[in-house]
Design a binder for this molecule. Sequence first.
Ligand SMILES: C[S@@+](CC[C@H](N)C(=O)[O-])C[C@H]1O[C@@H](n2cnc3c(N)ncnc32)[C@H](O)[C@@H]1O
Length: 165
Amino acid sequence: MERAGVVEKADNASGLDGYHCNSAEKEKVPGSGAKERGDMYKNITPQWKAVNALDMACFDEECFDFVFEKSTSDAIACGDCDGSLLKKLENEIYRVTKPGSKWLSVSYSSSRWDGIIETSRWDANVIKIKIDTDTTDGEKTTSHTVMRPEVYQNCYVFTKKIPKC
Ligand SMILES: C[S@@+](CC[C@H](N)C(=O)[O-])C[C@H]1O[C@@H](n2cnc3c(N)ncnc32)[C@H](O)[C@@H]1O
């Protein structure tokens, strides 16, 4: 099920034109080309492989045009005391992506990649999307209303730099 989201900040610098809002709104974005893109890729058969993202030796170097992970980095960060596991993840994604291609990392953390991403390796943009949830407690059992914190998804768009010859 898709969650509704509210775009707080989005610009074309992300290079993800047409993907910068939730799916319900995507159809309304002029020129998003969602249908055309869907038609373009209809003959592609997806393949699935379960792998450890920290060791993707089964994939060749520079074999992917695009990498997407949502909260995999969040899960890995839970057992990461010094950032070494996140660096390992970044290293593996860097290894398997083609120069100029994108890695979209969706995280609950607004500082997920601080100190990990090197500007010599990636161009970076972040789009912060507010999740449209009810911020009040559904059941009002006391005279007070319990407020829930606002929830954001941080969409990091990394573009692998093309090495200068
Ligand atoms: C918070 S869940 C997110 C799942 C899904 N992407 C979503 O948004 O609902 C984190 C996922 O990361 C996976 N994961 C954790 N460590 C991993 C690793 N080293 N390699 C591959 N997947 C991993 C877990 O199995 C889990 O499915």
